[in-house]
Write a protein that binds this ligand. Structure first.
Ligand SMILES: [Zn+2]
Length: 348
């Protein structure tokens, strides 16, 4: 039976019994506020990110951290320009790929030198030194197709799928190679898994055939190509019609995080269809309940999630469906943990 947060997360992913249902806060950029850091200092310093994430842990007691600042960590290495505004995660201001020909000019990046990949790598190493293997650490890593939308506007990527597929695939190859290398560095630093994000794997963005050809091929390449094959990786998909069946067959995948409260897939349905195989990582609406709900609403939503997805006493991690707002009240995250302690213990 799980002795600490990291084991609790791992047991849930492997469908072993857990002492109680684990909780993730999907806390990415909010680490800056937790640590009292400005936008740029948090996004450019592994030390600040480590302190911010551990401050978040201290304030909330979650089981799973996601050291992360913004989508420019990798893409800035290819030339995407970010804008830094206080109180907000860095945003994309200018894209690296302007013409379809630019896909072919991309190069494989060095995670230690290019972009800001060094930030989460350094942060994880520092956090492990400080807290050991007590808490699970799974940084957000965008999938290759998601990364294409961090170097080129999404509407242009969607056009390239139709008009310039070969050029786009050259970019995807380079991105996939960089992503594997980045992930290997992250594991070497002490991460126990990835929050790997095939965010565009959803039917309102692309067709299933398009996702297979431009997304899944590269997702399997990355996940199957990692040095670490423990399988403690969670997929993060945005969108309202996630391709859950496709994702459930990915290699080296333990869990799937999606926005159950806003998508067409409820936890009870996912549990019935995939619950024996995939750990469900969901249950809290980050857009309403967590932002504007009362404490009681939060504990009720946790209770409902447990009723829908924890009947077998494992295979569930309570989590928001996407990044939480950096303004979210820390006490409300803590309430998720309190409710998990109250309702999320399996009684014989
Ligand atoms: Zn998302």
């Amino acid at each position: 039976m799980s002795k600490n947060s990291e084991q609790r997360v791992h047991d849930a992913i492997k469908h072993h019994p857990v002492d109680r249902v684990p909780v993730s806060g999907m806390a990415w950029f909010i680490g800056a506020r937790a640590g009292g850091f400005g936008t740029k200092e948090y996004a450019t310093s592994g030390e600040k990110m480590a302190k911010g994430q551990l401050a978040f842990l201290e304030k909330t007691g979650v089981d799973l951290l996601h050291p992360m600042s913004d989508v420019g960590q990798m893409s800035s290495g290819w030339g995407t320009v970010m804008r830094y505004t206080e109180g907000l995660a860095p945003m994309m201001d200018d894209f690296a790929v302007r013409e379809p020909e630019d896909w072919e000019k991309m190069r494989v990046l060095d995670p230690k030198k290019d972009g800001r990949m060094y930030v989460p790598i350094d942060a994880i190493a520092l956090m492990r030194k400080k807290v050991g293997d007590t808490v699970s650490m799974m940084p957000y890593i965008p999938s290759p197709l998601t990364s294409t939308t961090h170097v080129r506007a999404m509407e242009n990527v969607l056009m390239d799928i139709i008009l310039n597929p070969d050029a786009l695939k050259k970019g995807l190859e380079i991105i996939a190679e960089t992503t594997i290398d980045y992930a290997d560095h992250i594991f070497d630093a002490g991460a126990d898994g990835l929050l790997y994000a095939p965010t565009r794997a959803s039917a309102e963005i692309v067709t299933l055939d398009q996702y297979e050809e431009f997304g899944a091929v590269y997702d399997r390449k990355v996940l199957g190509g990692l040095e670490n094959q423990d399988g403690y990786n969670i997929l993060h998909v945005c969108g309202v019609e996630p391709f859950f069946e496709l994702l459930s067959h990915y290699p080296n995948t333990g869990g799937i995080n999606w926005w159950d409260r806003g998508s067409n897939l409820k936890i009870s349905e996912a549990k019935a269809k995939w619950g024996k195989k995939i750990c469900l990582v969901a249950g809290m609406d980050q857009t309403t309940t967590l932002m504007i709900g009362k404490m009681e609403d939060i504990s009720n939503e946790v209770k409902d999630t447990i009723q829908q997805g924890f009947g077998d006493g494992t295979g569930l991690i309570i989590a928001p469906g996407c990044e939480i707002s950096p303004n979210t009240d820390f006490e409300k995250i803590k309430e998720m943990v309190r409710a998990a302690e109250k309702y999320g213990r399996k009684h014989k």
